[in-house]
Design a protein around this ligand. Sequence first.
Ligand code: GFB
Length: 321
Amino acid sequence: MEGAGLVGKHILVTGGTGLVGRAIEKVVADGEGQLDEEWIFMFSRDADMMSTTETKALFEKHKPTHVIHLAATVGGLFRNICYNLDFWKKHTHHTHHMHSAYETGVQKVVSCLSTCIFPDKMMYPVDESMIHNGPPHSSNFGYSYAKRMIDIQNRGYFEQHGCRFTAVIPTNVFGPHDNFNIEDGHVLPGLIHKVCLAKHETGSALTVWGTGKPRRQFIYSLDLARLFLWVLREYDEVEPIILSVGEEDEVSIREAAEAILEAMDFRGELVFDTTKADGQFKTASNAKLRRYLPSFQFTPFRKAVKETCAWFNTNYANARK
Ligand code: GFB
């Protein structure tokens, strides 16, 4: 949103066309942007954020005062298992934005981590103080170790240069514009796509990978987007913050699959393929978030699943899948 003569913040959103970037764009367009903010949503074709030269040129071109860094290579459990080395390599090069931000005097950078970076076999729930307390789950060690280094750099840029760079740690995000690819994507979009295909085959079942027992704190991308705006404007710590629904709202993979069956009006049976991995335990505490925002309202899970299924049905032809 640009108000004549009022623009004070130039906010660059890298990875602006992904799941979270699109959600931020929507909440800003729906009225949550402020008059003194100009938002720039970057396409991946605008710059390769793994290149120092291209990142520097991007910052020189847009001269942002604030940055939300979402550009990343992401995938569900099964993609992480297959490509740990690639995830590590890509994400260790995904920190050039911080140096360019420092060099060009950016006032604030918010980078995006994920709860899967927490050490495996911890006391649950995990909280922000535990990120570096032990090795991550073996399924995604590449992504996890690389992402942890963003937190190290945030602390370093603050201590050596006084920069206000921070990071958020969302739990499992889902919503419109997700990657609905069955092999590579996360569980909810993957199952939604599978149901969509199964609906066209009579007598077909929905195959859920693993036992269905792991539990996840799913966060709707539009809720996360609203929290990103709050972090950008008001959260002043360099220490990261977990952005999640409460532990009481954690659901099992079986319950998540049932919510999709209901939303897609699919009557087929649920079948569990227990030859496939279950992944990690990662129940996270949102106590810190609640201390700041005690009355923030999350969209009820089933409502958010319904909206996501409706979006996928409507946008099937062009959805990432
Ligand atoms: O979303 P997801 O792939 O990632 O969920 P994680 C995996 C869980 O869902 C496991 C079960 O318990 C799977 O056994 N599952 C059931 C399925 N059916 C399916 C299906 O069709 N597709 C998928 N993908 N899973 C990721 C990390 O962990 O969390 C990433 O690996 C990332 O790095 C993400 O950070 C947030 O929640 O297990």
